[in-house]
Design a protein around this ligand. Structure first.
Ligand SMILES: [Zn+2]
Length: 298
């Protein structure tokens, strides 16, 4: 069996153990050799107020390596920010904000907000649709706090698409949907499934109209999961994970948690580089505020 090497905490600390190392990484990733002043577009700079800051040689604008990134105005130290990102990217169960708050000695809201920022960076680029064989299925999960109530209560519906390449499980995506109409199902198809893929779905009527756009779509009765065995194992893993984080997560944020799950799931074979890739995305991402994250929940 192939053992996948991942970045150990020891290796992480050797690389990003000090504030200085983190700031150096931020500056190198953000500017590298291509500095350009944000105010006047000048390409020359001098040392700024603090180490790793860059100060425009023309207008004097002094920029820190964290500004204009998701690490902007981080209050609990850049080293802790990098390590929180490490925990979120690497932990098997997905580090929740209560656990992070305790571990880093910060308020739960602080850990929650930073975790949401990391999730922002984990959003799919929507550039690499699933190919080859794709199995699509759906499941329902009760709304927070409604377990055990009557079955007529509204449930959250999730559609999931998983890829099989050369008979092996590949990447996946999932999305919260309102219902099983073609219009709702189309949202995951259009964004995440290649038109030429050989798609197999359950017998839902909502899928029939999609055959126009996806000529290789085939419908098969699930037969209590017998026809989708591999898919159902993966759905079970995903549901267990979601149930775990869901108890800490408001319904409006479920899509973000789903994205986090699949960001990691789709990179299971790249665990040595997953953190650096994530940090790169966080550095390239414009800063977000508590307000924008709270109110832009979809
Ligand atoms: Zn300038």
């Amino acid at each position: 069996m192939k053992i996948l090497k991942e970045l150990s905490r020891k290796e992480f600390r050797a690389k990003f153990g000090s504030e200085d190392q983190c700031l150096a990484f931020l500056a190198a990733t953000k500017w590298g050799e291509k500095y350009k002043c944000r105010k006047c577009k000048n390409e020359r700079f001098n040392a700024g107020k603090k180490k790793y800051n860059r100060r425009c040689s023309r207008c004097g604008y002094d920029e820190s390596p964290t500004s204009h990134t998701l690490f902007h105005k981080i209050k609990f130290g850049i080293g802790n920010g990098f390590e929180m990102a490490y925990d979120i990217a690497m932990s098997k169960k997905g580090a929740n904000s209560i656990w992070l708050a305790e571990r880093f000695g910060v308020k739960q809201t602080t850990a929650w907000l930073f975790r949401r920022k990391v999730q922002e960076a984990m959003k799919s680029s929507e550039q690499f649709p699933l190919e080859d064989e794709v199995h699509v299925d759906e499941f329902e999960t009760p709304q927070k706090g409604e377990q055990g109530r009557s079955k007529s209560e509204k449930k959250i519906r999730i559609v999931i698409a998983l890829e099989y390449r050369n008979g092996k499980p590949g990447r996946g995506y999932a999305k919260v949907i309102d219902d099983y109409t073609a219009k709702s199902l189309k949202t995951i198809f259009d964004v995440h499934i290649d038109k030429e893929a050989k798609i197999t779905t359950d017998g839902w009527t909502g899928c029939a109209p999609l055959k126009k756009t996806y000529p290789h779509l085939e419908q098969k009765l699930s037969d209590k999961g017998q026809n989708f065995k591999m898919l159902h194992i993966q759905i079970r893993n995903f549901k267990n994970w979601l149930r775990g984080v869901h108890s800490y997560c408001h319904e409006s944020y479920i899509n973000q948690y789903i994205q986090e799950y699949f960001y990691r799931f789709n990179r299971l074979n790249f665990r040595t580089t997953i953190l650096e890739k994530l940090l790169n995305r966080m550095i390239a991402h414009t800063p977000t505020t508590y307000k924008s994250i709270k109110y832009n929940a979809t």
